[in-house]
Design a protein around this ligand. Structure first.
Ligand SMILES: [Zn+2]
Length: 158
């Protein structure tokens, strides 16, 4: 349903691929942010056109402003690749020491890790919609997959 327009499935495999592959990450985010197609972040209109001369850019027919997928999101204005952003978001729920984990598990330089951790934490405090959606998705994917196996065996380990 959520990924209808791109045909992407919401499952663990897709999320894991999105954390490793920039193109998958982009499609994944597009499906979340733009389920009905590219939307102007200012006017919320679908009346936009792609800018052929600039990869990944659109122009709004109403306000005439240019925008990208990340415009107006917490991912805007950094050089961090989208798949590494996704890796970082996935770490948030489990990490006690986010900065250390961003360096160790995502391979960031200390300065970058501090900046990204700060950005994520302040988006969390601000109740950023995209961050909430991504974290819900990751929780859903994490908990949804193992259910099937335990349902079938019914051993009642817990
Ligand atoms: Zn606009």
């Amino acid at each position: 349903m959520l990924f209808h327009s791109t045909g992407l499935g919401l499952d663990r495999a897709t999320l894991e691929r999105a954390c490793e592959d920039e193109d998958v990450a982009r499609n994944f985010l597009e499906a979340i942010l733009w389920p009905d197609g590219p939307v102007c972040p200012r006017c919320r209109t679908l009346e936009v056109r792609i800018v052929r001369t600039q990869a990944g850019s659109w122009r709004c027919r109403t306000c005439q402003k240019y925008f990208k997928l990340t415009t107006g999101t917490l991912f805007e204005g950094t050089h961090l690749k989208l798949h590494r952003w996704l890796q970082s978001v996935m770490l948030m729920g489990t990490s006690e020491t986010l900065v250390t984990d961003l360096m160790r598990k995502v391979g960031m330089m200390p300065k970058t890790a501090v900046a990204i951790a700060r950005k994520l934490r302040s988006a969390e405090v601000a109740g950023d919609t995209l961050l909430i959606q991504l974290r819900l998705l990751s929780e859903h994917v994490k908990t949804a997959t193992p259910l099937r196996a335990s349902d079938q065996c019914g051993a009642g380990d817990e």
